[in-house]
Design a protein around this ligand. Structure first.
Ligand code: HEC
Length: 209
């Protein structure tokens, strides 16, 4: 099937799911001659539950290790800890769940967490939904290669500000210089509580049809 057409269908599907916020809207219309792009409600529900579980478990793994590191050596130690451990923690969750797990952000600290074109579209949609309705619901959709993806917003909470808030106010000058040393291109400061920090993008490798 023509890739551009497939991409168009995915965008259509995405807009339908995001704007309907998983109301009763059905997606039966989205099928093509030789490839079926229909996601039945039951598939969406199964993968949404699985995605929620993976995102929650990954967040818990990261935040319990981070809290431990802050207790051990304060924020400066925890930043260095994160620098070394965040990627292996996410990688181990990816292996455990057989799903490709990524935290993505436009204003990122680690440039490896930058969005690709599809993820940029997701970030824009979450952003727009937040602006329009004050809410950004998690969602299940097909990416440009017809892989099932679960996406969920990541918001800034008060405990994130010491590392992602305002420099000089939330982030001490000392900690800021440690962050800058480890991440010279850091863009992940200046956030306030409630801001959209990024998204979880969980791509399922094999789809049970
Ligand atoms: C102790 C400092 C610290 C705290 C507290 C902290 N972070 Fe981070 N955060 C980091 C570091 C360092 C990285 C880069 C990790 C890497 O190298 O992959 C990061 C990366 C991220 C990323 C991946 C995207 C990017 O910018 O690279 C997200 C999303 C994120 N943090 C969200 C949060 C949220 C939400 C909270 C609060 C619940 C939080 N962080 C608390 C230090 C912190």
């Amino acid at each position: 099937m023509n890739k551009i057409f497939a991409g168009f269908l995915v965008v259509l599907f995405l807009m339908a799911t995001m704007s309907a916020c998983f109301s009763d809207r059905k997606n039966e219309n989205l099928s093509t001659d030789n490839e079926v792009l229909v996601l039945s409600d039951s598939i969406v529900n199964v993968y949404r539950e699985q995605g929620r579980f993976i995102a929650k478990s990954s967040f818990q793994a990261l935040s319990s290790q981070l809290t431990g590191a802050i207790q051990t050596g304060g924020i400066s130690y925890a930043v260095s800890f994160c620098n070394i451990e965040a990627v292996p923690i996410i990688d181990s969750m990816t292996a455990a769940f057989n799903a490709d797990i990524k935290r993505v952000s436009e204003k990122n600290r680690n440039p490896d967490n930058s969005p690709d074109a599809f993820e940029e579209m997701l970030l824009d949609l979450f952003d727009q939904n937040l602006k329009n309705s004050g809410k950004a619901n998690d969602t299940v959709l097909l990416d440009l290669n017809n892989k099932l993806v679960y996406a969920a917003p990541i918001h800034i909470a008060p405990q994130c500000l010491q590392c992602h808030g305002l420099i000089g106010a939330d982030i001490s000058d000392e900690n800021n210089s440690i962050i800058k040393k480890l991440y010279p291109d850091d863009k992940a400061t200046g956030y306030v509580s409630g801001d959209l920090r990024g998204i979880w993008r969980i791509r399922f490798e094999s789809i049970e049809k």
